[in-house]
Design a protein around this ligand. Structure first.
Ligand code: SF4
Ligand code: SF4
Length: 458
């Protein structure tokens, strides 16, 4: 469990003070006040829950990466061990620890220190990692000429060059860019003014207060739903408007997830500062924040308050929700779905709960919600990690490990014999498709199919 999730009553020292981010690996002369780090009683639960340690004998595991390394460092002022770069940032150890040791925060801080102090800024690894972590900077260029970009990226020579020059695996196909981004669609559709009107009409139709200003959400769509899968983002807008919510789409940058995973903490800090300021302004305007990507919501809810202390970081973390979770809490979603159905071609799914959903306590919600739709059959493919963990499985040296981790999920998906895969994480979706050939959809798309009349909104 993360500090962000933890109630103040659960604070290790029983204090009721709000959590303050503290440097995990301090300067030699500083006293480390990191709360919780000394709580490790070496039970090794984190190690047995680590998917990388399970298949890679050389990876020392989260107990070493976190509390043990911290203790060594405190005694001897040692450098951070390079094996921290083999951690995929799945955060399963963080959830598994029974003693509230802030493993994820320790790993993120250690990775940042390793990259800052020990990784050559001219190395191929650094350039590759920086590029993968900053996908958001490359995507607008590819999106300007999506057909050309897709054609070039689809060539086997491009993949070969990517592996030889940069160390990006040639085994995976690059995801395609949409011909129209979500934000382009949103602007063409009329932006917030159009959403406000639609939400007002929906509230009146549902017999509610047409002027209810409470029903307002700010959508954090992240990079992938904007540039690659705008259909997921459109589904979110339509489903929320169906319930009478006015949607705001604030300016935003990458959530920072791939930056944390690659130790690019300065990049993550810049992105987070913009996101916190923009989302705080929307909250001030009466909105709650929702995200369609499980890694984006986790980053804002957990990693921002663990690592940054900008004004409003805590407020934004506390006001951010997973998009389906929000509807389950604020609406009677299951009653709304009762009696609905979806196309026959679209009614049998193999569902994978992403690690970052589990970390937010959301595993189980999709199965429950989907079972309320008539005729929909959802097979939970178990609690294993998909193995891709964002940029981790895109690195040539991690590809085999990534596929080994994913084996259990692939087998369960094959056994499910469903018509499509279902998940809420874009990179888990890539791994599911890559390992099984299943077409993958997002839970919000199924909700849209069940709740929203087709053809009413292009
Ligand atoms: S699970 Fe927690 S208490 Fe157990 S070894 Fe890992 S860090 Fe220590
Ligand atoms: S975040 Fe995942 S890969 Fe990294 S140490 Fe923890 S369990 Fe292992």
């Amino acid at each position: 469990m993360s500090d962000a999730e933890r109630s103040i009553d659960d604070a290790p020292d029983g204090s009721t003070d709000e959590f303050e981010p503290i440097q995990v690996f301090p300067e030699a002369e500083e006293m480390d006040l990191r709360p919780g780090a000394d709580n490790c009683y070496k039970c090794s639960t984190c190690d047995t829950n680590c998917p990388v340690a399970a298949v890679d004998d050389e990876f020392p595991g989260p107990k070493f990466q976190g509390p043990e390394q911290w203790r060594l460092k405190r005694q001897d002022d040692r450098d951070v061990d390079e094996s921290v770069m083999k951690c995929s940032n799945c955060m399963r150890c963080d959830s598994a620890c029974p003693s509230s040791v802030p493993l994820s925060q320790m790993h993120n801080t250690a990775r940042g220190e390793y990259v800052d102090e020990r990784m050559s800024k001219r190395s191929r690894e650094y350039l590759r990692n920086r590029m993968l972590a900053n996908y958001r900077r490359l995507a607008p260029l590819a999106s300007t000429f999506p057909r050309t970009a897709n054609a070039v990226m689809g060539l086997s020579i491009t993949r070969w060059i990517g592996e030889k020059l940069l160390g990006v695996t040639s085994e995976r196909e690059f995801p395609e860019f949409a011909t129209e981004t979500f934000r382009e669609w949103w602007e063409t559709r009329g932006g917030n003014a159009a959403s406000k009107k639609r939400a007002r009409e929906a509230r009146a139709k549902r017999g509610g207060d047409a002027d209810d200003a409470e029903k307002r959400i700010a959508y954090f769509h992240g990079c992938y739903a904007n540039y690659n899968t705008p259909e997921v983002a459109k589904a979110l807008v339509r489903v929320y408007e169906h319930f009478g919510y006015e949607v705001l789409v604030p300016d935003q940058r990458c959530s920072g997830t791939p930056m944390f995973a690659n130790g690019m903490l300065d990049d993550a800090r810049r992105a987070a500062e913009t996101n916190v300021a923009e989302l705080a302004a929307a909250i001030e305007d009466g909105a709650d924040v929702v995200a369609s990507c499980s890694s984006c919501s986790m980053s804002i809810r957990q990693e921002y308050p663990e690592l940054f202390d900008f004004a409003d970081t805590e407020t934004v973390a506390e006001t951010t929700w997973d998009a389906v979770e929000y509807l389950r809490v604020h609406e009677d979603l299951e009653a709304e779905l009762a009696g609905t159905s979806v196309d026959d071609e679209f009614d049998s799914f193999a569902y994978h709960a992403p690690c970052h959903s589990r970390n937010q306590g959301l595993n189980g919600q999709t199965i429950e919600v989907m079972s309320a739709i008539d005729g929909v059959d959802v097979h939970d493919v178990g609690d294993s990690c998909s193995g891709i963990s964002g940029t981790y499985g895109w690195k040539a040296e991690n590809y085999e490990t990534s596929m080994k981790i994913g084996e259990e999920m692939f087998e369960h998906m094959a056994d499910a014999d469903a018509e499509a895969g279902l998940t809420e994480c874009p990179t888990c979706s890539m791994q599911m498709e890559h390992g099984t050939g299943y077409e993958i959809t997002h839970t919000l798309e199924v909700l849209e199919a069940a709740l929203v009349e087709t053809g009413t909104d292009e």
